[in-house]
Structures are given as structure tokens and as C-alpha cells.
Design a protein around this ligand. Structure first.
Ligand SMILES: Nc1nc2c(c(=O)[nH]1)N[C@H]1C(S)=C(S)[C@@H](COP(=O)(O)OP(=O)(O)OC[C@H]3O[C@@H](n4cnc5c(=O)[nH]c(N)nc54)[C@H](O)[C@@H]3O)O[C@H]1N2
Ligand SMILES: Nc1nc2c(c(=O)[nH]1)N[C@H]1C(S)=C(S)[C@@H](COP(=O)(O)OP(=O)(O)OC[C@H]3O[C@@H](n4cnc5c(=O)[nH]c(N)nc54)[C@H](O)[C@@H]3O)O[C@H]1N2
Ligand code: SF4
Ligand SMILES: [Mo]
Length: 786
């Protein structure tokens, strides 16, 4: 640990990518394999040394270790010694690095300097270790004591005219214990303003599934993958974002399943997997994953799903009684006749136009669906971040219900969550619209009446800050200013706040773009041993298939001055609320069992939590559709729904742009500047376009362009000097990396019903950079009124 306490904040220690040196080679047709192992271990050993690397990576995802802080993919029941992937290793290394930010950092780097730094540079400065405060008159953070920090925040909160003038954000890494304590504090303070990363992520899944089957979570368990006949992976890039899902898909293939990928990009991880734990993955060609790949147009999934359901209904009409699951439909579902009538009028030409697919491709997938008894459909951001996301996901439910593919082994609907505990946070009450039953339970358990009116979500919070209605913004984790759409508008909103507070492990843009007063409270991460007065604590998390399990930190915290998230929240609550509510905040911090005892009486399905969480491997939360085909909808039945198709209008000369993740990032955290599977090296300022569209637009691979949003609100949103990359993607579509491309997404461009930013379909125009401006613009991102 030779680098401990060394301030690495100099340019020479962090090599920023020189975007003009970007290299683009062929994309890969397979994922993981031996290079994956190499890429996971090299940075770990370099940054943490051999001992800390061994301690962290060998404990990663083990039953007595800590849960991977990266994605929400579940762990199999039988664990191997290495139960992680390259990107899990990157996340752990990024957090457990012993490099820390020293006290002298803040004078060397005032806010005006932090504002010029990239996310990559900020993250590479090392772990935050002491609370810091920027006063209204200052351009610089100064170290302050924990007590002073809590006093400043508490006084500010208590000075507000209404509790609704504050918003309390959560990113999905927060543990169940911290999340429960946090929402309790916020509701006791008096507001439901609890925006979270879910608002930008799977919110659309929650709405669509809640309205149709009564629960917004996956209706499968991990083992169902091994029992499926067909798995359809839609709008998801598991090779990068849920890498160990490839192992589950490989095992499903071993058991005879077919896999179909629906994606505008030829993602490597959907094509072939070289499992580094298998001989054929090391020296062989690995396993071919997708039996069929549908290169769909952005936003075309709703049309595809309707066309599939129509083919199912047509097949039933030809051979009555043989295709639909009549018993299931009669006993458990409602709405079949209306759906049949609606789909009878489906316009086939509109389907082909919206999907960009051939009718034969749709027929082929329909045949596969009809031949399979057990079907799982998984999806992620390609579906949820669309204007019609909610009805699109309702169409997934329609298709599954028609053949009884919900509530039987090897079948179901499976949104694949992003952040490692985003689902658990919601279960614990992090939602601006928690239902009355939950609020009643809080009232019974704690003896105060929580506010009943709905709070603000993420987009509404930004608008509230912009308009002066939200004066204080506090975040447990995350990087909202960079993660939300319309960067320029979001930055103006953050700057207009009276106070911004971030509880974080590492620096990011939300520490540079701040309100008049600003604080950073450094916290321990999940890798670190959490010692409290009653002894070592564990926390618990819920994965994407509703399995809840404990997580034990394994390495020494990078600094003795750090507090856990539970401790920070408890002390802040106590400083703010005094004895306004009868909650034993000090007891929460002393012994997390106390929090678990409370939540077991408040949160649905969590009775006996303290006992169940200690069972080997934890426990699985109850789920009506999965367990007993019980549907908690107003009618008590699963709802087949009728949804009107609406295609995305794309004026001539424009493209539909999606914003997505590279292989070298976790959301706004940039680990490096390569996107190995897509063949990009040494830069991120690229825009992927199909060779045919490039030809039609008169552009060439390698050319520099300005990417403009086409909108009619008078704002010119632009990314300047991006390199065009010729890439296998659907016609009329383009892609650029998030978060940089957020500057292009208008704040009002949101999904109907879920208010999620439409990050996967923005109409753009590519303007060639003129010859006299061939150098790369200094200020590459901007949006200005015209
Ligand atoms: N390493 C790593 N892991 C992560 C993350 C990370 O940043 N890095 N982020 C985590 C989080 S919070 C989340 S939410 C998940 C995100 O996981 P993903 O949803 O896989 O993430 P994206 O990179 O946004 O990829 C979206 C995929 O959907 C496709 N797509 C886009 N639009 C459409 C469409 O209209 N139709 C269809 N069918 N496909 C479309 C894109 O081509 C791309 O393959 O990953 C989690 N895991
Ligand atoms: N254009 C576009 N925008 C998007 C998306 C997209 O696909 N395209 N995806 C959306 C999605 S799916 C999501 S989930 C959001 C993500 O939005 P956020 O969750 O807000 O962003 P992250 O980048 O995951 O947050 C990273 C920061 O969290 C802090 N952190 C890390 N670990 C911990 C911890 O253990 N405790 C605490 N307290 N802090 C920690 C670190 O300071 C780090 O810098 O972005 C959304 N925005
Ligand atoms: S698949 Fe996700 S949870 Fe599992 S090790 Fe990889 S990043 Fe971590
Ligand atoms: Mo996410």
C-alpha cells in the first residue's frame, strides 16, 4: 500500500485520452474469454497490490463475502472460487483502491478547477476521506469535522419554509439497511421527494408490469434460465453490462435452449461467449449464443411484439385450441378479446417500417416462440428508455400471457436491473410514490404520519431546482447532474440550488457543479469492513431476481475517518430531527439488526428478515405471479392490454440516436477510454453509424462531425467534433456514449407514463466539421438558446 495518502492529483498520473489519437479497429464477435480475465486482474494488482486484490476478488460474490457493487445480476447457488467478471473486478478495484484524496487537494483544486476536469480524471483522484464544505462566498471546499457538516446541513434543512423544498436522491448502490433508514429520515422530515436512479432506468418496467401483473419485478428465479426452451434478450448488452449473464445463457444452451437477440447493434456478447472457466472457452471457439439476431430499428420493439402476438393469435385461429394456453387465460387473465380485435387490425407495413426487419425474420421468431413451451424474455435500457417504453413492456407481457409463460418453471418476464441494489432500494421504500399500505406501516411502526402526497422524480427534481422550488439537494451516491438528460439545463439547475450535498465514495461531476453552498460527505464502500459499537456489521441487498442476501465487507477501510452510509444517515437524521420522532437513530448506527427488525414489520415480504437473511445464501422475496399465478391488480387478474402503435418520425437527412455504455465505464464512472468489443481505443467521442447510412449522408468513416439534436424548442444541443465510426447497426440509427451524449437529450423528452428520459431515441443531424475547424473544439459539449 505504498500509494496510501499520496495525492495522485497531477496530470501525469492520470492519462487523459487525447481524442485526436483515437483508434478504431474491427469489432469483436465474441465476449469474455482469457482476455477478460487478464483485463480484470491487471488493473486490480496494479492499483491495490497482490494482497488487497486477493482479499477483495476472492471474497467477491461469495456467501461470506461482499456483493459485487457493479450490476444486479444474481449469483448461482453453487459458487466457484472466481465468481465475478471483468467489470465486477473493475468496480471493486475502483472502490477498494488505497489511493486517497489528501487534505491539501482542495486548495490545489478549487471548484473552478474541478469544473474543467473530466469524469475520468475526477474518479482517478482516489477515495474521498474527510467531509468538506464550500460556503456561499467561496470557490473552494475546506475540510470540516463530521459534527460541523451535519450541523450545517441540519440547520439548512430546518430553515426551509417547507420540507418539500428539499429533494433526497438515491443511486442504486445503497444497501437495504441504509435505504430503509434514509427513506425513514426523509419521510419523518416531511417529504416524499425521493428521486432515484430508477427514475432514469427501469421505471418503465415497474409501471408496465405493475399495471399488468401487479408486481414490477422479474417473475423468474436464477434457476429458470436453465429450464427455458427459448430466451429472448431485448434491448440489452449483457456482454458488457451483465457479463455473468453469458454464463447463464451458455448453461441454458447446454440444456437445449434457443437464444434470440433483438438489438440494433451487433453486440459481441450476444453472438459468442468464451467462458474463461471452461476449456472450450480458453482454447476453443466458445459457445455460439444467439440462434437468431434481429437487427431492429431503435424504438421498433413494440411493433415487433405486436406482430409476434398477432402471429400467435393467427396460429390459434388456424388450429383452435392448440396454441393459446386457454386454461391459464380463462382462470388468470383478462382482455383477450380486445387484444385479438386490436391486433387483427395491425398494419403489417407499419410493422416492417418501424422495425426495419423482413417479414420472414418476424415469422422465424414467431415459429420459435410457438415451438417453445417455456419462454423467458429479458430486457434492459434499449426498451425502458423509449417514449413508448411502458406500452412496449406491456406488449412483452401480452406475448408471454398468451401462452401461459408466466408463473411456470423456465418461463417469465425478466427486466434485468442495473445498479447492484437498485431493486432493493425500491423494496425498502425509496420511491417518490410509495403506496398507502407502505406509508400506513411506517405510521404503525414509528408512530408518526408520513406525508401522503407524491414527491418528485429525477426529472421533476431538476425542473424544481431550475425553477427555485427545490432549494436543497442531497444525494446518497450517484452523479445526477451527469446522469440526467439535458446536461446544460441540468448544470444550470444544480447551480441554482441553495445547497447541494453528496454522500460519495469518489469525486464526480456532481461535486463540481454545485449549489451556493456545497458539502461532500465521504462514505465507506461495500468492500470495506464496517465496525460499529456492537461489532462488525453486514448489510443486505436484493438482486434482479428478488434474491436477498448479506454482504460482508472484507478489507480495511481506506481511512479511519470514514463513516458508513448507515452512520451518516442516522447522524444526519438525529441532527435534523432531534426528538421530533421517536426513532432510535443512535441504535440504528450501533447495530444494524435494529433496522432489520423495524423493516421486517414494515416492508412487504420481509417478515423474519433478521433470521432469513442469515440463512445460507439469504432468501428469495415472495412474488405472486411467479409463486402462485396470483396477480395483485385491481381485478385480481393479469391484464392483456391494448396499446396503440406510434412510430418514431425521422425527417430525411436525420438519424435516430441512442446513448449507450462502453465496456470501460460504469454509468458516469469512466474506467478507461477503450471499448474493446466495439473496436474503439483511446477515446469516447465517437458516433456509430451504419455504412449504408454514411454513404447516403455523404459521410465517411473517420470523419469529424458535429452532432445536433433536431428539436423545435429553440435550443441548439450539440456534441462537437465527434469521430464517425462505420458500424453494423440498423439503418437510420446511430449511437454515442452516455454520459457525454446526455447534452443531446432534451429534459422534456421522456417516456409516457414513467417520465424516464428517452435516452435511446433522439433525432439528430450530423454536420461535417468544416475544413478550417479540423482541430478538436475545446468545448465539445454545449447547448445554447438560438
Ligand atoms: N460494466 C457496466 N455494467 C453495467 C453498467 C455500466 O455502465 N457498466 N450500468 C448498469 C446499469 S445502471 C444498467 S441500467 C444496465 C444497463 O444495461 P444495458 O441496457 O445493456 O445498457 P446500455 O449500454 O444502455 O445498452 C442498451 C442496449 O440496448 C440496445 N438498444 C438500444 N435501443 C434499442 C431499441 O430500441 N430496441 C432494442 N431491441 N435494443 C435497443 C443497445 O444497442 C444496447 O445493446 O447495466 C448495468 N451494468
Ligand atoms: N443518456 C443516458 N443517460 C442515462 C442512461 C443512459 O443509458 N443514457 N442511463 C441511466 C441509468 S440506467 C442510470 S441507473 C443512471 C445512473 O445514475 P447514477 O446512479 O446517479 O450514477 P452513477 O454513475 O452510477 O454514480 C456514480 C457515483 O456514485 C458514487 N458511489 C459509488 N459507490 C458508492 C457507494 O457505495 N456509496 C455512495 N454513497 N456513493 C457511491 C461515486 O461517487 C460515483 O461517482 O443514469 C441514467 N442516465
Ligand atoms: S455480472 Fe455484474 S454482479 Fe456479477 S460480477 Fe459481473 S459486474 Fe458483478
Ligand atoms: Mo440503470
Amino acid at each position: 500500500m505504498t500509494r496510501e495518502n499520496e495525492n495522485p492529483g497531477t496530470e501525469d498520473t492520470v492519462n487523459e485520452a487525447d481524442e485526436s489519437e483515437i483508434e478504431v479497429g474491427p469489432s469483436k464477435s465474441w465476449a469474455a474469454g482469457v482476455p477478460g480475465v487478464y483485463h480484470s486482474l491487471k488493473p486490480a494488482v496494479e492499483q491495490m497490490g497482490v494482497t488487497r486484490t486477493a482479499k477483495t476478488l476472492l471474497a467477491l460474490n461469495q456467501k461470506d463475502g461482499f456483493d459485487c457493487p457493479s450490476c444486479a445480476w444474481p449469483d448461482p447457488d453453487h459458487r466457484k472460487t472466481f465468481e465475478f467478471c471483468e467489470n465486477g473486478a473493475k468496480a471493486v478495484t475502483w472502490e477498494a483502491t488505497p489511493v486517497v484524496i489528501g487534505s491539501d487537494f482542495w486548495a490545489e483544486h478549487p471548484i473552478s478547477d474541478l469544473l474543467t476536469r473530466s469524469e475520468y480524471w475526477l474518479g482517478m483522484q482516489g477515495r474521498l476521506t474527510e467531509p468538506v464544505y464550500k460556503s456561499a462566498s467561496d470557490d473552494q471546499y475546506h475540510p470540516v469535522s463530521w459534527e460541523r457538516a451535519f450541523r450545517i446541513i441540519a440547520d439548512k434543512l430546518n430553515s426551509l419554509d417547507s420540507p418539500n423544498e428539499a429533494a433526497f436522491y438515491t443511486s442504486g448502490r445503497t444497501s437495504n439497511e441504509a435505504a430503509f433508514a434514509y427513506q425513514l429520515f426523509v419521510r419523518a422530515f416531511g417529504t416524499n421527494n425521493l428521486p432515484d436512479c430508477s427514475n432514469m432506468c427501469h421505471e418503465s418496467s415497474g409501471w408496465a408490469m405493475g399495471q399488468t401483473i401487479g408486481v414490477g419485478k422479474a417473475t423468474i428465479t436464477y434457476d429458470d434460465f436453465g429450464k427455458a426452451d427459448l430466451i429472448i434478450v431485448m434491448g440489452q448488452n449483457p456482454g458488457t453490462n451483465h457479463p455473468r449473464m453469458l454464463t447463464a445463457l451458455e448453461e441454458a444452451k447446454d440444456n437445449g435452449a434457443q437464444i434470440v437477440a433483438v438489438n440494433p447493434m451487433q453486440e459481441a456478447g450476444l453472438q459468442r461467449y468464451k467462458n474463461p472457466q471452461r476449456v472450450k472457452g480458453i482454447i476453443g471457439r466458445g459457445t455460439k449464443l444467439a440462434d437468431q439476431f434481429l437487427k431492429i430499428r431503435l424504438g421498433g420493439d413494440m411493433a415487433l411484439l405486436q406482430a409476434l402476438s398477432k402471429r400467435v393469435l393467427d396460429a390459434e385461429a388456424k388450429a383452435p385450441g392448440t396454441v393459446l394456453d386457454h386454461d391459464f387465460l380463462e382462470r388468470h387473465c383478462q382482455g383477450l378479446d380486445a387484444l385479438r380485435d386490436h391486433l387483427a387490425r395491425l398494419d403489417d407495413t407499419a410493422v416492417l417500417e418501424a422495425t426495419g426487419l423482413r417479414a420472414s425474420e418476424i415469422d422465424e421468431l414467431a415459429d420459435r416462440y410457438l415451438r417453445a413451451d417455456r419462454v423467458i424474455i429479458t430486457w434492459a435500457m434499449g426498451l425502458t428508455q423509449q417514449k413508448k417504453a411502458v406500452p412496449t413492456i406491456k406488449e412483452i407481457i401480452n406475448l408471454l400471457l398468451l401462452r401461459g409463460n408466466i408463473g411456470k418453471p423456465g418461463a417469465g418476464a425478466s427486466p434485468i436491473r442495473g445498479h447492484s441494489n437498485v431493486q432493493g432500494d425500491r423494496t425498502m421504500g425509496i420511491w417518490e410514490q410509495m403506496p398507502p399500505a407502505f406509508l400506513d406501516a411506517i405510521e404503525r411502526e414509528f408512530g408518526f404520519g408520513p406525508p401522503r402526497e407524491h414527491g418528485l422524480d429525477a426529472v421533476q427534481t431538476i425542473k424544481g431546482m431550475r425553477d427555485g422550488a427545490i432549494k436543497v439537494f442531497l444525494a446518497v451516491g450517484g452523479n445526477l447532474v451527469a446522469a440526467i438528460s439535458d446536461t446544460t439545463a441540468a448544470e444550470a439547475a444544480f447551480s441554482a440550488a441553495e445547497m447541494t450535498v453528496q454522500i460519495s465514495t469518489k469525486l464526480n461531476r456532481s461535486h463540481a457543479v454545485v449549489g451556493r453552498e456545497a458539502l461532500i460527505l465521504p462514505t465507506m464502500g461495500r468492500t470495506e469492513i464496517d465496525r460499529q459499537a456492537s461489532g462488525e456489521q453486514f448489510v443486505s441487498v436484493e438482486d434482479t431476481v428478488c434474491a436477498v442476501h448479506p454482504s460482508w465487507g472484507k478489507v480495511e477501510p481506506v481511512s479511519p475517518t470514514l463513516l458508513s452510509e448507515v452512520a451518516i444517515i442516522s447522524r444526519l437524521a438525529s441532527a435534523t430531527l432531534g426528538d421530533r420522532v421517536a426513532v432510535d437513530w443512535a441504535g440504528f448506527e450501533r447495530d444494524y439488526n435494529l433496522i432489520r427488525d423495524h423493516l421486517s414489520r414494515v416492508v412487504d415480504g420481509c417478515d423474519g428478515y433478521n433470521e432469513k437473511i442469515r440463512r445460507e445464501g439469504g432468501f428469495v422475496l415472495p412474488n405472486g405471479p411467479r409463486d402462485s399465478r396470483t396477480f395483485h391488480t385491481p381485478t385480481g387478474k393479469a391484464m392483456l392490454t391494448v396499446n396503440d402503435l406510434e412510430s418514431i418520425e425521422r425527417p430525411a437527412g436525420t438519424l435516430i440516436l441512442q446513448t449507450l455504455r462502453s465496456h470501460d465505464q460504469f454509468n458516469t464512472t469512466i474506467y478507461g477510454h477503450n471499448d474493446r468489443y466495439r473496436g474503439v481505443k483511446g477515446g469516447r467521442h465517437v458516433v456509430f453509424v451504419s455504412p449504408e447510412d454514411l454513404a447516403e449522408l455523404g459521410l465517411a468513416d473517420g470523419q469529424r462531425v458535429d452532432v445536433h439534436t433536431v428539436s423545435n424548442d429553440g435550443v441548439d444541443r450539440v456534441l462537437r467534433g465527434f469521430r464517425v465510426v462505420s458500424y453494423e447497426t440498423a439503418r437510420g440509427c446511430a449511437a454515442a456514449y452516455y454520459p457525454e451524449a446526455n447534452v443531446l437529450v432534451p429534459l422534456d423528452h421522456v417516456a409516457e407514463g414513467s417520465n424516464t428520459p428517452v435516452s435511446k431515441a433522439v433525432i439528430v443531424r450530423l454536420d461535417p466539421v468544416s475544413a478550417d475547424r479540423d482541430e478538436i473544439a475545446e468545448d465539445v459539449f454545449s447547448a445554447s438558446g438560438s
